[in-house]
Design a protein around this ligand. Structure first.
Ligand SMILES: Nc1ncnc2c1ncn2[C@@H]1O[C@H](COP(=O)(O)OP(=O)(O)OP(=O)(O)O)[C@@H](O)[C@H]1O
Ligand SMILES: [Mg+2]
Length: 504
């Protein structure tokens, strides 16, 4: 074994209920390298990471650390070795403050009690050194997904580890936050820290990685050195088929002329997170909503669907004024895929059948008052097929599915009923490249069937790809609309950041 290896995992096997998820997997990490781990949704990436970090026990295989065999049976074991992990399903605890989360189980003590002053100061120092938009005393519950992810990252960074594992660290971050994370990653690498990096955002991976391991269906598909990392090769190895190439640097927008489906007038938040928001979406139109983290986009769509109550303003659907609440929205034909899918999008302990049924009880057949279980099952099969949920097992608990497939369940349950309006907030966070294209195809299809679609996204490429028209929010206001013009990623970015581009 080469002596510059920090971690080596050999012949790793893992099955869940007899179904193999990892088979004879080899994975190693050199000192001071950024090593990307790639593969489709469900390929086994998170499972491998959970084995390395002691969350799951492996069925077979060996792990070595700095050349010596080790047994990692708990997360504490892995912290002791000098490994820390930023998990895909964030491990932050919402009722605690940012500082309490960062220093969880390693709180500074004074006379046997937690020294909160010191803890807040130490957290502030970390925040300053990484320049994150956070405060030590904020309760995490009050933060959006992007900021929660930053807390999770801060927690990982606070350990002074030799190996830092990041499972989809940027899935809820906007370009700016992601950019500062890349700076941090490069700095850590220069200091000799090794990083395992998992992401479905391919440009990031190409930029950062020194080496890249690809898993396919739980087996090793390739290990590529830096000079072997060629985008086309990586994608095709991952998905096992050829991809069409699209030019996504700019797009000519075209307005839709269908009847107005949704009209929002002067919508204003009681907590001032957005104010005086007015816009329309037509039947058959896909409206993209861009903005930085904290711009108020999520809050606006939550108020339209009725999860939160706006202080003033009107929401009209096909000309009818609504007093939005989720039950009414479902009845009226509005679908909503929230940003925080784990908390709001699905119930982890329930199967796909039950999760799909939850928003569709009004269309499932009944015998007397009992719901028809066959019809319920058929509906879930329709959802599985509509969006290719894997594994295609309607009875599998959604909480045990891979991150990307959980997201598909949250979207899939809306595709089995007639919708007038579909609102999706970061629809492809954590979704692999092949499945992303499928989801865009589904949104296009919905629009051509006359559904109005609102897509909130921090992924500029995605906004360009799907939108017919784009509005940009900044600090709670709509600051720009892009309509019937050629729009580029740079133009959207400039509007998001509040800098008007110089005309050339
Ligand atoms: N606790 C569990 N119980 C049962 N099955 C599981 C469990 N954890 C993972 N699996 C299954 O193992 C397979 C691999 O999942 P894993 O989460 O490792 O995928 P992934 O590569 O991280 O995908 P993604 O890109 O979507 O995050 C999936 O089929 C998943 O359903
Ligand atoms: Mg995963």
């Amino acid at each position: 074994m080469s002596k510059d290896l920090l971690l080596e995992a050999n012949h790793i096997y893992k099955s869940f209920s007899g179904i193999p998820v990892l088979q004879d997997v080899h994975f190693d990490v050199r000192k001071g390298e950024v090593h990307a781990l790639m593969g489709e949704n469900g390929a086994g990436k998170s499972t491998l990471i959970k084995i390395i970090t002691g969350i799951y026990t492996k069925d077979e295989g060996q792990i070595s650390w700095e050349g010596k065999p080790v047994e990692i049976n708990s997360y504490q074991d892995c912290l002791n070795l000098g490994i820390s992990c930023i998990y895909q399903e964030l491990s932050v605890i919402p009722p605690l403050t940012v500082a309490q989360n960062v220093f969880l189980r390693k709180e500074p003590l004074r006379a046997g009690l937690i020294d909160y002053d010191k803890m807040n100061k130490m957290t502030q120092q970390l925040i300053d050194s990484y320049d994150f938009p956070l405060k030590p005393t904020t309760i995490v519950e009050d933060l959006g997904m992007g900021q929660r992810q930053l807390v999770e990252i801060l927690k990982g960074l606070s350990n002074d580890s030799k190996l830092l594992i990041m499972d989809e660290p940027t899935s809820s971050l906007s370009g700016k936050e992601a950019e500062s994370l890349f700076g941090i990653i490069c700095k850590l690498r220069d200091q000799g820290v090794s990083i395992i990096y998992i992401s479905h955002r391919l440009e990031e991976v190409y930029r950062l990685s020194d080496r890249l391991t690809i898993l396919r269906d739980g087996k090793n598909a390739a290990v590529l050195e830096k000079d072997e990392i060629i985008p086309k090769v990586v994608i095709e190895t991952m998905i096992g088929k050829e991809m069409e190439e699209v030019d996504d640097s700019s797009k000519q927008l075209h307005s839709d002329d269908g009847p107005v489906c949704l009209e929002v007038k002067g919508l204003t938040d009681s907590a001032n997170r957005f104010r005086n928001i007015s816009f329309q979406v037509r039947h058959g139109e896909i409206l993209g909503v861009g903005g930085l983290i904290g711009a108020g986009r999520t809050e606006v769509v939550r108020a339209i669907y009725g999860v939160d109550k706006a202080a003033s303003g009107e929401v009209l659907l096909d000309g009818e004024k609504l007093d939005p609440n989720p039950a009414l929205s479902i009845r009226k034909g509005i679908g909503f895929v929230p940003e925080d899918r784990r908390k709001q999008g699905f119930i982890p302990l329930l199967s796909t059948v039950k999760n799909v049924a939850l928003t569709n009880y009004d269309i499932i057949k009944r015998t007397g008052i009992a719901i028809d279980e066959n019809d319920e099952l058929e509906l879930s099969k329709k959802a599985i097929e509509a969006i290719d949920i894997r594994p295609a097992d309607p009875q599998k608990e959604v909480g045990t599915m891979s991150g990307g497939n959980q997201q598909k369940v949250v979207l899939g349950k809306w595709l089995v009923r007639g919708l007038k309006l579909l609102i999706v907030d970061e629809p492809t966070a954590g979704i692999d490249v092949g499945a992303k294209a499928e989801i865009y195809g589904i949104l296009d299809q919905l629009a051509s069937d006359g559904v109005a679609v609102i897509v909130v996204s921090s992924d500029l490429q995605e906004l360009l790809r799907v939108s017919h028209r784009i509005i940009v929010m900044r600090k709670g206001d709509i600051v720009r609309e892009f309509k019937d013009e050629t729009v580029t990623q740079a133009k959207i970015l400039a509007a998001m950041q509040g800098v008007e581009e110089e005309e050339k």
